[in-house]
Design a protein around this ligand. Structure first.
Ligand SMILES: Nc1nc2c(ncn2[C@@H]2O[C@H](COP(=O)(O)OP(=O)(O)OP(=O)(O)O)[C@@H](O)[C@H]2O)c(=O)[nH]1
Ligand SMILES: [Mg+2]
Length: 471
């Protein structure tokens, strides 16, 4: 690993009370000391374990950052010192707490760079924490999740993952795989020395079933059911022209985002708004009304609607309670049913429906959840918000929400699950202990890639490039 001393502005760009420049690496203390003039009486050293700079770990020092050659003062600052290995990166770390003006912070950073410090890349501090063994890869990924979390549920999940709960869960699966693997390999290498009952394939298969397959399946299921909490949910509003799609969008997001008129074909482009719906990040798209023989601009809008439909997690299928269901709607509904998309039927303009007659939905539509609303008067909107949230949370019970893996982890868990099931099948069929042990090794290498025990450098580059600079 590159051992140079690195620095970055750790706080967001812009003005504010405090801006922090973080320095990490073997020269952090010397370089900070060279540009820092300590105020008399601030954090005196008692000489123990402080090294040449006089800085002690876990101390704050008050003073000024000065250009040594000219004596120009760049800012009045507080220095927080954390000596290796008791720091975020396990290296010597100094945080300069200055005033958060863009010029002030860049002047200090320029001064540090002029004295040999390198600017940190995205996620480089966290990468060092990982490489130096302070955290594993699940924790490093959770740091980015925590910073990017837009809902309380996502924060809770990231916090537990940062503290190592996912790592501990995977470690117990890893231990089970290792113990079965060592029994199998002992049986392969020393068939006479091993008690048959001890390595009996049935017993080993049972251990794998309980201690590996069940937990792996649970993790994968919690991804399927709950990754929306982290990644957000894409919902698209579709339906015929003039049924009230844009009115519904405005109602759900509580502001006039889409143009509403009584003229069919008002919305041409797809309009997206992101917000938090019942604790889940949601991106909602209002689309052009689908109809036969559209004029050219409308046709382009309808093509876009189809693109949104292809990637949406949830479809809000809007019909007008005041008019009969159109044949185009029936066709679209059948198409969506075949793709297995989650569809919520929204019967809008319920204020126009005859009070003595319930609006008739086609027979095949009864299985989809259905909400009656009036986007004009706001009736039924809270119920619809709840329906959308129900679709996103489905079966994740709050206990398991702590362990919702990300997409990369889930893909590796799928591979690990497949490999362990293959191993169990071979053990049960007594096909070959050698092949079963190859399966278990494959599963172990998938888990190692999740925790970072072993992971290719280009995968690490991809993961840490998603972090922000300064973290
Ligand atoms: N009575 C009643 N009118 C509504 C309701 N929702 C929308 N409207 C009216 O229906 C008309 C069309 O509304 P929009 O929201 O523009 O409909 P749209 O589906 O987006 O239409 P296009 O973009 O043209 O496809 C407007 O005059 C709205 O005021 C409702 O719940 N009740
Ligand atoms: Mg519209």
């Amino acid at each position: 690993m590159d051992r140079s001393t690195i620095a970055a502005i750790a706080t967001p760009e812009g003005t504010g009370g405090i801006g922090i420049i973080k320095i990490s690496g073997p020269d952090a203390l010397n370089l900070a000391n060279a540009v820092f003039r300590r105020s008399p009486g601030s954090g005196e050293s008692d000489g123990s374990g402080s090294g040449d700079t006089g800085f002690r770990s876990w101390r704050m020092y008050f003073g000024h950052i000065c250009v040594p050659e000219t004596g120009r003062i760049l800012d009045e600052v507080v220095l927080a010192v954390m000596r290796a290995p008791h720091s975020y990166t396990r290296e010597d770390v100094v945080e300069i707490q200055a005033h958060a003006g863009p010029r002030v912070l860049h002047n200090i950073l320029d001064l540090l760079v002029s004295r040999g410090i390198r600017l940190a890349g995205p996620g480089e501090f966290t990468r060092r924490a990982f490489v130096n063994g302070r955290i594993d890869l699940t924790q490093a990924e959770a740091v980015a999740d925590l910073i990017n979390a837009t809902s309380d549920a996502a924060v809770d999940m990231a916090v537990s993952q940062v503290s190592g709960e996912l790592k501990a869960y995977l470690d117990s699966v890893r231990q089970a795989l290792l113990s079965v693997l060592s029994s199998l390999e002992a049986g392969i290498d020393f068939p006479d020395a091993v008690d048959e009952a001890d390595i009996g394939p049935g017993a080993q298969a049972r251990i794998l079933q309980d201690a590996a397959l069940v937990p792996l399946r649970e993790l994968i299921q919690s991804y399927e059911a709950g990754h929306f909490l982290r990644d957000g949910l894409q919902a698209v509003i579709v339906g015929g022209p003039n049924v009230g799609k844009s009115s519904l969008m405005n109602c759900l997001v509580n502001r006039n985002r889409s143009i509403v008129t009584e003229i069919p074909g008002t919305t041409r482009d797809c309009i997206e708004v992101s917000f938090i719906n019942q604790g889940v990040p949601l991106t909602l798209a209002d689309t052009a009304g689908l109809r036969e023989n559209p004029e050219p601009v409308e046709r382009l809008g309808i093509e876009k609607t189809r693109e949104y439909l292809a990637t949406a997690d949830i479809v809000l299928f809007v019909v007008d309670a005041g008019s009969p269901v159109r044949s185009g709607d029936r066709r679209l509904f059948d198409e969506l049913a075949q793709t297995g998309k989650r569809v919520i039927l929204v019967v809008n303009k319920s204020d126009l429906a005859q009070p003595d007659r319930r609006f008739d939905l086609p027979a095949g539509w009864a299985e989809s959840p259905c909400v009656y609303v009036s986007a004009l008067y706001g009736n039924g909107i809270d119920q619809l918000r709840q329906r959308i949230a129900d679709c996103s949370l489905c079966s994740v019970d709050p206990q398991n929400r702590r362990f919702i893996p990300n997409w990369r982890q889930k893909a590796l868990l799928d591979q690990a699950l497949q490999a362990v099931s293959d191993g169990v099948d071979r053990l049960c069929d007594r096909i070959s202990f050698e092949l079963a042990s190859i399966d278990l090794r494959e599963a172990l290498s998938c888990l190692d890639e999740i925790t970072g025990h072993y992971v290719a450098p280009d995968v690490l580059d991809r993961i840490f490039n998603q972090h922000c600079v300064g973290k």
